[in-house]
Design a protein around this ligand. Structure first.
Ligand code: 5AD
Ligand code: SF4
Length: 473
């Protein structure tokens, strides 16, 4: 064994998945996961720079980790992810106790960089690559348990060519690149063989999958398919019962993708569809390439295809130039779509992005804060109403593990991606043993953040159906 490692992960699901990929690579190089950071010989921080606060987290972590590093001379400390991509070498210069830095296209270099660090080397590798090689990763190591039994992320595309005026991602994740379908299908088959029942397809603009090759009529060479066709192919994989994808961009909802939501039973009735704003003026300044009416049209089409679909979103308040009327338009959009949930953020200027140049349009921080509170208050009401409407309904929950609500509770997600908690004993399961299982439940209570379920078959019914086919179509 080479030693024990831990990875601290910040940010989006892409980062969570990258940390998983790095863990697996390290297992292939005889590293094993440590029970905690105090026991670890290697610590990797996978960073996020989407907002200033996320980026600052790294600097405070690195300050605090000076004592971790110096407690044992052989310890190795590395930083990856979006801040690493942005800052590269500068991090090594600023933090002498940091051993290596790897960018978002350099995951496969980590084991070698760790070895070099053990020999006293210090390097930063942040080259951007346009090669498909980054999708060719080793299979899951037999000893690596993976993050969540029964569920897995699968990368289908990476990078972003949209260049929304507020967003750092095109600068930290590089250009859009789609993975050949054959590799995706093979990975999903392999996962299904290991008991995975739910896959989440990942990409910065996941439904733009294959679009560049399609536009140039080179899909066959690139090995890509239209996104909806990919979903259909994946749904044919025996054992895969749930398919999700995140995050799509409103611009790439074609008729086939919308229709798939009505026709593919395995495609979960939930779409996380970032709106960012409800004001056409602000959307134009954000360079989102759609207006509020386009967004509403997509939401309505998805609901026609799948009436019970749950829509969630991302919203930004206090974007430069946002007036009270613009903000009201966002509230209006939220009311009209009735999102089941929303992640809302105050605009945070990001280095090198065009929106930072609009200093004159800056919204005062107190005003942005007030808007955030008002928006979140509205969304809380809508979320609770959506939860209450579910009480008395039947659903199926893929268990993830113990719940935060207490030692005897299990948590999982229903097809709508809502958290459902249930009592382990009532479900006939050990709190530690249920992860990865699908259980049929009746929703018995709604809370602002989650649902509470009771096993449906304990309520005088037959045992659970193996899948949710009754909800399809
Ligand atoms: N400021 C605030 N929020 C941002 N997001 C992206 N960039 C910024 C920024 N500069 C939000 C968007 C995006 C989500 C992941 O983070 O809403 O969808
Ligand atoms: Fe950022 Fe826009 Fe790309 Fe999303 S689509 S990652 S918000 S640039």
């Amino acid at each position: 064994m080479s030693g024990c490692f831990r990875i601290r992960t910040y940010g989006c699901q892409m980062n969570v998945h990258d940390s998983d990929k790095v863990s697996n690579l390290l297992y292939h190089h005889r590293w094993r996961e440590a029970p905690g950071e105090e026991e670890a010989d290697l610590l990797v921080i996978n960073t996020c720079s989407i907002r200033e606060k996320a980026e600052n987290q790294l600097y405070s972590d690195l300050g605090a980790l000076r004592s971790w590093k110096h407690a044992a001379p052989a310890r190795v400390l590395g930083v990856g992810g979006c801040v690493a991509q942005q800052e590269g070498d500068a991090l090594l210069r600023r933090f002498p106790h940091l051993d290596f830095v790897f960018g978002t296209h350099n995951l496969t270099r980590v084991p070698a960089m760790v070895e070099a660090a053990r020999g006293g080397g210090r390097e930063a590798r942040t080259e951007e690559s346009r090669s498909l090689a980054r999708f060719e990763l080793p299979e899951r190591h037999p000893d690596y348990p993976g993050p969540t039994p029964g569920r897995a992320f699968v990368t289908v595309m990476e990078g972003c060519d949209m260049f929304c005026s507020f967003c750092i991602v095109p600068r930290t994740r590089g250009r859009e690149i789609s993975r050949p379908a054959a590799g995706i299908l093979a990975e999903v088959e392999d996962l299904a063989g290991r008991g995975v029942r739910e896959i989440t397809l990942l990409g910065q603009t996941v439904n733009a999958y294959g679009r560049h090759a399609a536009r140039r009529e080179r899909s066959a060479n690139a090995g890509t398919l239209p996104f909806a066709a990919l979903l259909w192919r994946l749904a044919g994989t025996p054992g895969i019962e749930r398919i999700r994808y995140t995050s799509p961009h409103p611009l790439f909802f074609d008729d086939e993708l919308i229709a798939a939501h009505g026709e593919l039973a395995a495609l979960c009735p939930h779409v996380h569809l970032p709106a960012q704003s409800g004001s056409d003026r602000i959307l134009a300044r954000m360079r989102r390439r759609y207006g509020a009416a386009d967004f509403l049209r997509i939401a309505a089409a998805l609901r026609r295809a799948r009436p019970d679909i749950a829509l969630t979103t991302d919203l930004i308040v206090g974007f430069p130039g946002e007036t009270e009327a613009d903000f009201r338009a966002t509230l209006e959009l939220v009311r009209e779509v009735r999102f089941t949930d929303a992640f809302s953020f105050k605009y945070s200027p990001r280095p090198g992005t065009p929106a930072t140049e609009d200093a004159a349009g800056a919204v005062p921080p107190e005003c942005a804060q007030e808007r955030l509170v008002e928006l979140q208050t509205l969304q809380r009401e809508l979320t609770l109403a959506a939860h209450r409407a579910r009480v008395g309904s039947r659903t199926e929950v893929l268990l993830e593990g113990p719940s935060r609500r207490g030692a005897t509770q299990l948590m999982g997600r229903d097809p709508y991606h809502r958290v459902v908690n249930l009592d382990a004993a009532e479900a006939g399961l050990e709190p530690s043993a249920g992860a990865g299982r699908l259980v049929a439940v009746e929703i018995v209570e709604a809370t602002p953040h989650s649902l509470i379920g009771a096993p449906a078959w304990l309520r005088g019914d037959s045992p659970p159906e193996p899948s949710l086919k009754a909800f399809g179509g």
